[in-house]
Design a protein around this ligand. Structure first.
Ligand SMILES: [Zn+2]
Length: 259
């Protein structure tokens, strides 16, 4: 890892901080993740990370009235803190470091799948929340408010597929992969988003405001503590994102090992 690369990572995370895409803790976490990715995969790894970070940041800057209402349900805004950064990039960084130590190419594919899954999930939420119709909860099959975790829409699901495909295609071109590896990354990245949706519907913490009745992921609303009405309090959105990437990484390593 050269001084120049470290400098590029530093400039990027500072830019992320000053453009309010990252909090200060998010910038610190992004620096560590960027460094670990460079260690195993060099600048090409950073570019693949950049595809995820750049495209999801771009979508998060596109606002609409529907999206603002959807964000009312979420705990955090578009400025990412360390927990969100680790939930989305932590396992990709670990995969890159594992490749550095083991030289086993399965970790490179795993790295790409982690980022494809995170990109898939981010595109699904950022674009899906602008959907015309309300999404359908995969547990109750009822229409729920836009931005609800565990709910799907045609727009969100298409965005999830496109988000995974972007990372898979970027990796295919940069890392000179085989076509079947592109497909493997694309499909598993998309499946990562499906796991995220099901965890979101069945186990993720959901709260309701006792004052206004809003169903939200926030623990405080209208100045009062909200009540847990579904899932487990420990399983917030960041933990669910991390777990879904973790599960899809394990599945990818099992499937690669079987070949
Ligand atoms: Zn309220």
């Amino acid at each position: 890892m050269t001084f120049v690369t470290v400098f590029i990572i530093l400039v990027t995370v500072f830019a992320g901080y000053f453009t309010r895409l990252l909090t200060i803790s998010g910038a610190a976490a992004a620096f560590i993740i960027g460094s670990l990715i460079t260690l195993g995969l060099g600048v090409k790894g950073l570019i693949i990370l950049g595809l995820f970070f750049g495209s999801s940041s771009l979508w998060s800057k596109i606002k609409s009235v529907k999206k603002e209402r959807a964000e009312e349900l979420l705990v955090k805004g578009s400025q990412r803190d360390w927990q969100q950064v680790i939930a989305n990039g932590g396992l990709a960084a670990i995969s890159s470091a594992m490749y550095y130590y083991s030289n086993d190419f399965d970790w490179v594919i795993g790295f790409c799948i982690c980022l494809a899954a995170s990109n898939s999930d981010t595109w699904a939420s950022e674009i899906g929340s602008m959907s015309k119709g309300r999404p359908v909860d995969v547990k109750s099959f009822k229409r729920v408010a836009r931005g609800t975790s565990g709910a799907v829409s045609l727009l969100g699901t298409s965005a999830a597929a496109a988000g995974s495909l972007l990372v898979a295609t970027g990796a295919f071109l940069l890392l000179h992969l085989e076509l079947n590896e592109l497909l493997f990354i694309f499909i598993l990245g998309f499946c990562g988003n499906i796991i995220d949706t099901f965890l979101g519907a069945f186990v993720q913490a959901g709260y309701q405001c006792p004052h206004c009745g809003l169903k939200t992921e926030k623990m405080i609303h209208c100045g009062q503590n909200t009540r847990l009405i579904k899932g487990f309090s420990i399983l917030n959105n960041d933990v669910v994102n991390f777990l879904s990437v973790f599960f899809i990484l394990v599945i990818s390593l099992l499937l690669s090992g079987a070949n």
